[in-house]
Write a protein that binds this ligand. Structure first.
Ligand code: KIV
Length: 306
């Protein structure tokens, strides 16, 4: 937008941003595409990692969702979400890959910077992409530090259990809040041979406890049967955030594109679709195409008489 030439024609998106532009359809120099109010200041009541963690003791369930861009991050923030995750799921939902593995640190930082500017009240958490945690505490700290320094996001998430305890401890000691992630680990899909429900109770419990003891403020439990998730939730002092882990967790997380019905392929059993956005967008664009072809768009109200 900053590179546009001096006197762009206002678009309908820009026109909705101010009363002046809706009453005067003349070229105004306004931004030519849908724009947003300037980066909002962090709210005094912004969710923090300690407050997120403390919600468990009060019994308040936590709602977390992914977002990767400004408009959706601002929408979910305004809608009262507790935490926004800039997940490496962006490799699948945004980039069109068939796994999360292609997401890089640069991709995550790019999207985290955008989401960090949009979030005013939710806790903003960023995934550490494959395979950073496995490079050891020093390199992981370098990556996590880039995230908190270059974005307005406040925490990182890392996949893995016992084997990553020293890494999590290093980040937590440096003052970077860490969310753990155990059970199904999408970054290990080639080793596990697919996305399967994880039923090794002892391993899941040991991983979750190791993550907590290393200093994590919360933990994602992915694709774990309800009884095991309930046992882990009861055993931990930090909140468990489930995805495919049943209702006994302290909170839930879903991928925004799944919840909105924006993804095209297989929809996992644990997803609840609240909207069929693919159909809505498809219908809207088909109507636009028809209007253009039939000469119904633009009409006089969308045109400049002089
Ligand atoms: O990358 C992601 O979106 C995630 C959530 C599904 C927990 O890790």
């Amino acid at each position: 937008m900053v590179t546009m030439n001096p006197a762009p024609e206002p678009s309908s998106g820009a026109a909705t941003q101010s009363a002046a532009s809706t009453t005067s359809p003349e070229p105004s120099g306004a931004a030519p595409y849908g724009s947003h109010t300037a980066t909002a200041k962090t709210s005094a009541s912004r969710m923090t990692a300690p407050a997120f963690s403390a919600a468990k003791a009060s019994g308040r369930k936590l709602a977390m969702i992914t977002a990767y861009d400004f408009p959706t991050a601002r929408l979910v923030d305004d809608a009262g979400i507790d935490a926004i995750l800039v997940g490496d799921s962006l490799a699948m939902t945004v980039q069109g890959h068939d796994s999360t593995l292609p997401a890089t640190l640069e991709h995550l930082i790019y999207h985290a910077e955008i989401v960090g500017r949009a979030a005013t009240r939710a806790l903003a958490i960023v995934d550490l992409p494959f395979p950073i945690g496995h490079f050891g505490p020093d390199r992981t700290l370098e990556a996590a530090a880039r995230i908190v320094q270059q974005t307005r996001c406040q925490a990182v998430k890392i996949e893995g259990g016992v084997e990553l305890a020293s890494v999590i401890r290093r980040l937590a000691t440096a003052g970077i809040p860490v969310m753990g992630h155990v059970g199904l680990l999408p970054q290990s899909v080639h080793a596990t041979g697919g996305y399967r429900v994880q039923r090794d109770r002892e391993r899941i419990l040991a991983d979750a406890k190791a993550v907590q003891d290393a200093g994590a403020f919360a933990i994602v439990l992915e694709c774990v049967p309800t009884p095991i998730a309930a046992e882990v939730t009861a055993a931990l002092a930090i909140p468990t955030i489930g995805i495919g882990a049943g209702p006994e967790c302290d909170g839930q997380v879903l991928v925004l594109h799944d919840l909105l019905g924006l993804t095209s392929g297989h929809v996992p059993r644990f997803v609840k679709q609240y909207l069929d956005l693919r159909s809505l967008i498809g219908d809207a664009v088909r109507r636009y195409v028809a209007d253009v072809r039939d000469g119904h768009f633009p009409d006089a109200s969308q045109s400049f008489a002089k």
